[in-house]
Design a protein. Structure first.
Ligand SMILES: [Zn+2]
Ligand SMILES: [Zn+2]
Length: 376
């Protein structure tokens, strides 16, 4: 029998919108739900569509300061002030209308994903709108207003979870959850990301390993630009499953950013959808062997919003639901995506293999260094 799976769908989250020039377009999530639905995966007998509501201030405050929440409300309601100390301003985090309300919807979606799994109503859940992993307790950062994965983890701890593993495969370091739980021995954070001195957010090096009460509770795989599918997967496989198994979490929380794709405009990794298919299997297997099947997934980065993100997250969700969609994308979806993009999109989930990347040898060295310091 297949596992029970929940797909959190909150169309109102489209209001999380920094404007037409900003790379984090709401369409990336909307087209993902559309593709999952065009394939009929959300109508499988083991899959349930879940609605969600905006998170309450008290839940957001599990991670964020009252001053920051208040500033986010005021800035998003047009109060003119210098909001820069909260991270808001021109650039990555422009102020937009009803910013608090929009971000609270995203947090609410990820809390629902956590709650449904924790209460045993589903084995796995996916909150595609979530994964805003750069927000800090008192500051917006990297397109992220509130840190929904961190709030979901804090919510689980508040409701009785004792050990949580957070695995972040976004191309950027999962700095928010790492920072927030850095000295908390109940939370293991593992992030595999592109790393170079000039690459956002600049953290996530090998020497960041957890605070004095949680040494080894933060693990980073800082890979060089130009890492390809095989080296990325080898690094993931050699480090993530054994560490999560050793930790023995009650729940596995994952951030599934797909800005690792070779065509992503904001990063320089060389992954294809083949890596997403493989890592989805790894994570799914890990959830069952190490976390009693309890797996909560969020979306994350990914800036090929029509060409890559919907396919990447459909691959992940199909794995979660034990569905096997045909490789050819539904024609109705292609038509819709091309109309919104104003250009062509790929016609299949799979992609040609790109071969070795120029960062592969160094990626293997990084993975070996992590295995060494973690005692694997
Ligand atoms: Zn399963
Ligand atoms: Zn990212």
């Amino acid at each position: 029998m297949s596992d029970r799976v929940g797909l959190v769908v909150c169309p109102e989250a489209r209001m999380y919108d920094h404007g037409p020039q900003h790379p984090l377009r709401p369409d990336r999530v909307l087209l993902t739900w559309d593709l999952i639905s065009a394939y009929g995966i959300d109508r499988c007998s083991n899959v349930e569509r879940l609605s969600s509501q905006a998170a309450a201030d008290d839940d957001i405050a599990l991670v964020h300061t009252p001053e920051f929440i208040e500033a986010t409300k005021r800035a998003g309601h047009g109060e003119s002030r210098d909001w820069r100390r909260f991270g808001y301003g021109p650039g990555d985090n422009p102020i937009f209308d009803r910013m608090h309300e929009a971000a609270a919807l995203v947090v609410g979606a990820s809390i629902t994903a956590a709650q449904v799994v924790w209460e045993g109503r589903a084995d796995h859940t996916f909150s595609a709108a979530g994964g805003l992993h750069h927000a800090m307790p008192s500051r917006a950062s990297g397109f992220c207003v509130y840190d929904d994965p961190a709030v979901a983890i804090a919510w689980l701890l508040q409701h009785g979870a004792e050990r949580i593993a957070y695995v972040d495969v976004d191309v950027h370091h999962g700095d928010g959850p790492q920072f927030i739980f850095y000295d908390d021995p109940r939370v293991l954070t593992i992030s595999i990301h592109q790393y170079a001195p000039w690459f956002f957010p600049g953290t996530g090096g090998l020497t960041e390993r957890g605070g004095p009460h949680a040494m080894g509770g933060a693990v980073n795989l800082p890979l060089p630009p130009g890492t390809g599918d095989d080296a990325w997967l080898a690094a993931f496989r050699s480090v993530v499953p054994p560490l999560v198994r050793r930790f023995g979490p009650d729940v596995l929380v994952t951030q599934l950013g797909c800005d690792t794709h070779a065509t992503d405009p904001l990063a320089q990794m060389e992954l294809t959808t083949r890596a997403y298919r493989e890592v989805a299997k790894e994570i799914h297997d890990l959830a069952h062997t190490a976390a009693g099947g309890r797996w909560i997934a969020t979306g994350g980065g990914g800036y090929q919003w029509a060409r890559v993100v919907p396919r990447a997250w459909t691959i992940h969700f199909a794995e979660m639901a034990d569905a096997d969609p045909p490789d050819a994308l539904p024609a109705t979806w292609i038509e819709e995506a091309e109309e919104r993009l104003g250009s062509t999109v790929p016609a299949s989930l799979s992609e040609p293999h790109l071969g070795a990347g120029e960062g592969d040898a160094e990626a293997a060295e990084v993975a070996a260094a992590v295995r060494e310091w973690t005692g694997l």
